[in-house]
Design a protein around this ligand. Structure first.
Ligand code: ZN
Length: 121
């Protein structure tokens, strides 16, 4: 992957991270479960880098797509930091550039990702 695309992905991920954190807190606040509402307050006074530790098991991730996305984005940013970004988590080949342009947090190449993907392009 070229440096340019890597930088683009990093910028996109950072922007999306900020937005996703905001929408995740909003999702928590619209919940009726007191435990979830309390968690929203805790998170607001916690540094976002510690969120995933604070959340640890308190919510069911499948109930909160914004949380799943948050985890995905953080994982991708972490991969950039350690120089492992852009590799498929199944076959370990490089993920195709168009896939990363479409979604920089993507974790699989076109061979391994569930159908569709490149067919629209
Ligand atoms: Zn793959």
């Amino acid at each position: 992957m070229n440096e340019n695309l890597l930088k683009q992905c990093q910028v996109k991920l950072r922007n999306e991270l900020v937005q996703t954190r905001t929408s995740f807190i909003q999702d928590l606040k619209t919940n009726t479960n007191p435990v979830i509402l309390e968690l929203a307050e805790v998170l607001e006074s916690t540094s976002p880098t510690d969120w995933i530790d604070s959340i640890n098991e308190k919510i069911c991730p499948s109930q909160f797509p914004s949380y799943q996305r948050l985890v995905q984005i953080e994982a991708a940013l972490c991969q950039i930091d350690i120089g492992q970004f852009g590799f498929c988590c199944d076959c370990e080949q490089e993920i195709e550039d168009p896939l990363l342009e479409q979604d920089p947090a993507t974790q699989r190449c076109s061979q391994c990702s569930p159908a569709k993907v490149l067919t629209d392009a």
